[in-house]
Write a protein that binds this ligand. Structure first.
Ligand SMILES: Nc1nc2c(ncn2[C@@H]2O[C@H](COP(=O)(O)OP(=O)(O)OP(=O)(O)O)[C@@H](O)[C@H]2O)c(=O)[nH]1
Ligand SMILES: [Mg+2]
Length: 734
């Protein structure tokens, strides 16, 4: 039996012993070495067959990933490690670093209890490092640190032993500060980095070595030794691999510092699941018990060429075995489990059954999407929605090249959207022109590639289009909307929602999705964020970061009509009055209504248009504004090329918000509209002879400058086949 097979057997056994399981992830800025690290951990733990070991990036198995050298989809792997005479099963999720795939990081955090934050020793803390630390802590996932690419520090930057340590200190201090600023209250002071304790390691994922202070003490190695080995030429360098093997140091660290699922689920379940903790499902999950109802959260859907859709996620309670019939929240029928397995990259290891506390891959759950709650209990309270840090900002219109492919394209688009919840798809059966919205240019490019190459449907696509948002400048006063039969009247006021509230919703600090469970709690949170007391008591519903309030008292028949009013409100939120772009940050207040006593005269065809007219009209009075998505752009360039870089930023309506010089390098942080960033990659390359390094981060929405508003509105409207000018308020008043 080969080493891999033996390990697979061990893994099968360990799956049933939660105390000996760790569920972890990697997370970092793009290119800092997560996948190289993960691959070498797998190889070190003997989960790759001999011939694969050493072949780079088993976890970037997708063709696009290999071609581009980046991770696009998070990938799972289970491995076995020996620590102090015990064997452990480590389920690892390797996440992508590019901002366009940030949604995948968020989702992966739900499946794990601990995360290795990888920081490149040369680049240090980057914007995405900060984001992933925040994401992990928000999910109560415990971070540890790996400082990677130490070899480059020494060989390329010729940093001395002394300076090397100073650089380490700086990175550790900064990461620790980020943890301190974001740590859940109950772990304050506990989840800190401590070099002596060994929750920080240093090394080179590429060269396959790592050290930590406890390991150095135990083995009698010093920083100086390491330094000398790297400087001492190839032979010496290779010795490091034996002296301080990466998987040994890192996996020891994981086992010592990361919680096992029994420990973690105790505090994570109440955080990610709002059902009754005393219920049978609640107790099963809190105790991470196999005896009790099944409860799993799906965090990723993989499309497998042979097996079809595979749902990957965390099994929090009970067990799953072949042939079981399970409920999926929101879905009418049960699905039948067809294969249960552990994963090693693209390979899956089939097992008969799997128990609570593992990251699992399940076939046959055709109705599941990322975010689904899977259970043996019908109507179980679903897991909390995963909060995303950004929304789709770029759209392309796609069409099938051959009209015969039209039905197939629709099917493919649905499947693409299911596998990648960060993609938004709008299908237009009539025109055949479908809209795909995503997180950025790269995200869409990859999606198009998959539609054409993997699903075999040739398409043509438009240039990328930015998705704008609509809001108003100020409160404009009450506006009346009348139903077509003139028997019903609605009076609405609209004003911009408090910025702090919009921000808290966008950041996922307050939860307003779905049915509001505890109105009093939410009202209190909103008051703390600045909402007026009276208003906080009158919340009807939220739609993303727009809110509908009912400020009326004692109006007859209003209760029966509220559902239709909500529907009108939602339609407004999806399509604003300026250019039919989604609305953002509206506070819509129903202030009065007159309703016909007979239900027949206040059906949907009467109420919805009246409500919409009233809200649209009130928005006109409050001066409608268009908001555009912005990006922060971080650029590192040799200082003599600063001028060229500045020109690129200025040409893109960019604002420089920070500029620093360090040695012969300059660092620039600018904020630019996403609409101006298309093609930036090529332009900055030619402007700097390829010497500038850059990355971006989403920076929310801001008002389009007044002087550009009319032109942009006109362009969007023309694209959508609307009259070039938006309606004015008189249009809504009759
Ligand atoms: N010199 C050196 N290069 C490294 C090291 N670790 C990774 N690299 C290189 O850095 C590049 C990026 O490595 P990946 O492992 O793909 O990085 P990643 O963080 O997974 O990247 P994304 O998933 O796209 O965010 C590759 O060219 C690696 O060979 C290291 O320790 N030393
Ligand atoms: Mg990667």
């Amino acid at each position: 039996m080969g080493r891999k097979e033996k390990n697979v057997q061990k893994a099968r056994k360990l799956m049933d012993r939660p105390k000996q399981i760790r569920n972890i992830g990697t997370a970092a800025h793009i290119d800092h070495g997560k996948t190289t690290l993960s691959d070498n951990l797998i190889a070190g733990a003997g989960m790759m067959s001999e011939e694969l070991a050493g072949k780079q990036l088993m976890l970037d198995f997708d063709e696009q990933e290999q071609e581009r050298g980046i991770t696009i989809d998070s990938a799972n792997v289970s491995m076995v490690h020996d620590f102090e005479g015990e064997e452990y099963l480590i389920n690892l999720v390797d996440t992508p670093g590019h901002v366009d795939f940030g949604g995948d990081v968020t989702r992966a955090m739900r499946a794990v209890d601990g995360v290795i934050i990888v920081v490149c020793a040369v680049e240090g803390i980057m914007p995405q490092t900060e984001t992933v630390i925040r994401q992990a802590l928000k999910e109560k996932v415990k971070p540890i640190l790996f400082i990677n690419k130490v070899d480059r520090l020494i060989k390329e930057l010729n940093v001395g032993a002394e300076e090397m340590q100073q650089r380490f200190h700086k990175i550790i201090r900064n990461v620790d500060q980020l943890i301190k600023n974001n740590v859940p209250e109950e772990f304050e002071g506990e989840w800190r980095l401590n070099v002596e304790d060994g929750n920080v390691a240093f090394g080179s994922a590429l060269q396959n070595w790592a050290i930590s202070v406890p390991y150095m003490k135990k083995e009698g190695i010093t920083f100086k030794d390491i330094y000398e080995h790297i400087e001492g030429g190839k032979e010496k360098e290779r010795e490091l691999l034996k002296i301080a093997p990466l998987h040994e140091v890192l996996l020891n660290q994981v086992i010592r510092h990361m919680p096992d699922p029994i420990t973690a689920q105790k505090y994570r379940i109440p955080h990610i699941w709002r059902g009754d903790p005393e219920s049978e499902v609640g107790q099963t999950m809190i105790k991470c018990s196999e005896d009790g109802p099944t409860a799993m959260m799906v965090t990723k859907i993989l499309i497998d060429e042979h097996a079809g859709e595979i749902a990957v996620g965390r099994l929090f309670g009970g067990k799953i075995e072949d042939g079981m019939e399970l409920h999926i929240d929101d879905q009418p029928r049960k699905n039948r489990v067809q294969q249960v397995s552990l994963s090693v990259g693209a390979d899956r290891i089939p097992v008969d059954e799997i128990k609570a506390g593992n990251v699992v891959a399940i076939g046959g759950l055709r109705d599941a999407i990322a975010g689904s709650t899977i259970s043996s209990v019908e109507d179980v309270v679903p897991f909390e929605e995963m909060k995303h840090f950004s929304e789709p900002v770029v759209t392309k219109a796609v069409e099938a090249k051959n009209t015969a492919d039209l039905p197939k394209l629709i099917e493919v688009l649905r499947s693409v959207a299911k596998a990648d919840p960060s993609i938004d798809i709008e299908i237009d059966q009539e025109t055949g022109e479908h809209l795909i919205s995503g997180m950025g240019e790269l995200h869409l490019e990859i999606t198009e590639h998959r539609i054409q190459e993997e699903h075999g449907v040739p398409i043509t696509s438009s240039e990328p289009i930015v998705v704008y948002r609509e809001c108003i400048d100020h409160e404009g006063g009450t506006f009346m909307g009348v139903s077509p039969n003139r028997h019903n009247r609605f009076y609405f006021d609209v004003e911009p929602l408090e910025e702090d509230i919009v921000h808290a919703i966008d950041q996922g600090d307050i939860s307003v999705h779905g049915k509001i469970k505890n109105k009093a709690d939410l009202a209190k949170e909103l008051r703390e964020l600045g909402l007026d007391k009276e208003q906080s008591k009158n919340i009807v519903t939220f739609y993303e970061d727009n809110v509908l309030l009912n400020m009326t008292k004692g109006i007859q028949y209003l209760n029966e009509t509220m559902e239709l009013i909500e529907q009108g409100f939602e339609e407004i939120c999806e399509e604003g009055p300026l250019a039919r772009e989604p609305c953002k940050g509206l506070k819509v207040k129903l202030v009065n209504a007159k309703l016909h006593e007979d239900t027949i005269h206040r059906g949907p065809a009467q109420v919805i248009p009246a409500v919409k007219n009233a809200i649209y009209g009130a928005m006109c009075q409050g001066d409608r504004v268009l908001l555009e998505p912005k990006q922060k752009v971080f650029i590192d360039t040799p200082s003599d090329l600063m001028g060229n870089v500045n020109v690129e930023i200025q040409q893109r309506r960019g604002d420089v918000i920070d500029m620093k010089q360090e040695g012969s390098d300059s660092h620039i942080v600018a904020k630019c509209p996403v609409s101006e960033m298309f093609g930036f990659s090529g332009d900055i390359r030619s402007a700097t002879g390829g010497k500038a390094l850059w990355s971006t981060e989403h920076a929310g929405f801001e008002k389009v400058p007044d002087s550009l508003q009319p032109e942009i509105v006109r362009r969007i409207r023309e694209r959508k086949g609307l009259n070039p000018e938006p309606f004015n308020e008189s249009h809504y008043s009759d």
